[in-house]
Design a protein around this ligand. Sequence first.
Ligand code: PMP
Length: 395
Amino acid sequence: RFDSIPLAPPDAILGLTEAFAADTRSEKMNLSVGVYKDASGVTPILKCVKEAEKQLIESEKTKGYLPINGQPDYRSQVQQLVFGDRVESDRIAMVQAPGGTGALRVAGEFLARQCSPTRVFLPSPTWANHNAIMQSAGAPVESYTYLADDRRSLNFEGMLSDLRDKTRPGDAVLLHACCHNPTGVDPTAEQWQEIARVISSQGLIPVLDFAYQGFGDGLEADAVGLHTVLDKCAEAIVCSSYSKNFGLYSERVGAIGLVASNPAAASASLSQLKVLVRSNYSNPPRHGAAIVATILADQELTRLWKTELDEMRIRITQLREKFVEGMAKQAGAPDFSFLLKQKGMFSYSGLTAMQADELRTKYGVYVVGSGRINVAGMDEDRMDWLCGAVAGVLS
Ligand code: PMP
């Protein structure tokens, strides 16, 4: 019974967060977490969110359940954000989900139940939870080549040949639409064209994980890969998250946007997605989605949101630049300018697990064992100190 249950292994990243909290050194710096931080080290509540919440407190009339597929105005607002006018509305099944994770889980269950014997191909490496989510959903998982041996660029040929040679028609391919986590390495616009061509000609189902729209090059620019795929493929699943770009991490705001080749297929898919939601969490939470819907329905709040999102993105870019400059000043340190080509909050730093370990024990700088760093966790006022520490473990 319960007393014979073995202990599950701790989550690698959350374990580091706990160790960081317990670390008494004042100079400690946490580059391991997966959230945005501002210059004072805080994960802020955006002003547009605070304003929307004020309005909601006044206007909210009920805490009654939402429909199984979520709040209608939220669904239409995020549908516009993700798809624009690219896909006819009656070919899209839109379902509000509890975060990007919830969206991926429901999408995985849909693939496992409705598209069997679909296998889900994940990039290597990928966000660690992708594997766990797809496996829990009952979808068989495979991987395709993504990162080159230099661990800082895309192995584009390897990726294409895996997508061509390892897959069968009907398999699903998970793609990070932008800001690849954990590497920060994204395909170029031209490479997306080729990727979309291969997916289409092989008859694969593209599953786009869109968790960082606006964190790479901007809202529109970050949707280029997604739009390229949608232009070439009649079917797709987009799992979007508003945790990062609205700073709504704990409110659990996401969506599944399933594109079918015709309206009847979209309706049938929607009905099946609703069955999955019903037996899973019944219906999604209201508050976070109401915040997003309120902001996107209001021109002023949308303008404020875009400004605040720009600020987050620009800060991340500036931190990348300062770190690269700082490392260039360290005698004998390798060139880190590859970080400038990478997108979003994360990058593979090239540090080994041993070096990451040394960085933590010797300097109190916390980095995931893979060498992934959260650029937004860097303290810009102590950049030279950080670069000295990194150079210290590299020498
Ligand atoms: N996909 C990727 C690539 C992510 O990095 C994350 C969050 N770390 C998610 C999905 C899930 O985000 P959420 O917090 O909205 O569940």
